[in-house]
Design a protein around this ligand. Structure first.
Ligand SMILES: [Zn+2]
Length: 358
């Protein structure tokens, strides 16, 4: 049932094995519809090997959502036969924007539109409710941390990586020496809103894409489901007016179907994914000049398509990333594994790292 997580290259200090094994941290990934939960023990084992989900009820406001998180915690502990008293810390992840200390933006957010969420101290309120330290990370950062540790294993603390996750938006994170770079205001790793050159990326007469954040020509305006819906698909449907997707009810529905056409090597879908791969390659080119990481990870729905499509897409991203020869020799490109569990697992890893800090 349980499996050893070989990744976490952290040794706790001054505790014997028995004591360490009795520690637990819980990872809670708070999503728009579901909470996902996992349990990690002090000897680096995840005690659940599958997705454990329950309703997040975030749209009913913070009070209901906090109760739902407590329920998610108790449920995953029940599943593993563990007690709340053994839990030493909790990792909480949610979509942003939120501060480094888990305070939801004063302007609200997609998942947190209810009035009560504005400036809600998500982390602190959950901590007070549970009486256990709660560590906050945005979900992209948490998934990036999991990707890093699962890829590098015992070498995780010697390595750096950049993760880009293509979803509704473009999330991800930056990991240096095995730790997430959070930034002064908690806004580091907002890769989606990095500006990239549009020259040679946009086709003839294709308008400069605009992002939800207000920027024109940033990564998310191309490499996200929202980018497909607002920018890429409307343009490419004009170039392929006979395409079946032109007859789908709404542009939003059509955008969600583009991925399945990618698997079929449909020419319109391939144009769209080519532009997304180029956007990610240009982002990684920028990143290679300020972080020079050991690895670039790509995640999201589109890399969970068929293996053939995934390999085609990853090879394109690599092709569009301009690296120096010395970098090319050592850098890796890989897909983020277990993406549905990555948020909860990464949140748990962050909490365990915090426990081990001197
Ligand atoms: Zn943006």
């Amino acid at each position: 049932m349980s499996w050893v997580f070989r990744g976490l290259g952290i040794e706790s200090r001054n505790v014997n094995n028995q004591e360490r094994a009795s520690w637990l941290v819980v990872g809670l990934d708070n999503g728009g519809t579901a909470n996902s939960a996992t349990v990690l023990d002090g000897s680096r084992r995840f005690l659940v090997d599958h997705l454990v989900e329950s309703p997040s009820r975030v749209r009913e406001g913070p009070e209901v959502a906090i109760a739902a998180l407590v329920e998610a915690l108790d449920r995953v502990l029940d599943l593993t036969g563990m007690k709340r008293e053994s839990v030493r810390a909790i990792g909480l992840g949610s979509p942003g924007p939120a501060s480094a200390d888990g305070v939801i933006s004063s302007r609200g957010a997609t998942n947190f539109s209810e009035e009560g969420w504005r400036r809600f101290e998500f982390r602190a309120v959950l901590e007070r409710r549970l009486g256990v330290p709660v560590l906050y990370n945005n979900d992209g950062n948490a998934a990036a941390l999991y990707a890093h540790h699962s890829y590098f294993g015992s070498e995780a603390e010697l390595r750096s990586s950049i993760s880009a996750i293509v979803g509704t938006g473009l999330g991800g994170g930056v990991v240096e020496a095995g730790r997430v770079i959070r930034g002064a205001a908690g806004m580091a790793g907002e890769l989606g809103h990095v500006h990239i050159p549009m020259e040679g990326l946009l086709a003839d007469a294709q308008p400069v894409p605009v992002c939800n954040c207000g920027f024109a020509g940033d990564v998310e305006s191309i490499a996200s489901l929202t980018g497909i819906e607002r920018n890429l698909l409307p343009y490419w449907l004009k170039r392929f007016p006979e395409h079946e997707l032109a007859r789908v009810g709404s542009i939003g529905q059509a955008a969600r179907l583009v991925r399945s056409y990618g698997d079929l090597e449909d020419p319109l879908a391939l144009e769209i994914f080519n532009q997304q791969a180029m956007a990610l390659g240009r982002l990684f080119t920028i990143a290679s000049n300020f972080l020079d990481p050991d690895a670039f990870f790509v995640g999201g729905g589109l890399v969970e398509a068929s293996a053939k499509f995934r390999e085609w897409f990853l090879a394109l991203v690599r092709q569009y990333t301009s690296l120096r020869e010395e970098q090319t020799e050592i850098v890796s490109f890989a897909v983020i594994p277990d993406l549905d569990m990555a948020g909860a697992r990464g949140a748990a890893l962050a909490a365990l790292q915090w426990l081990h800090e001197p």
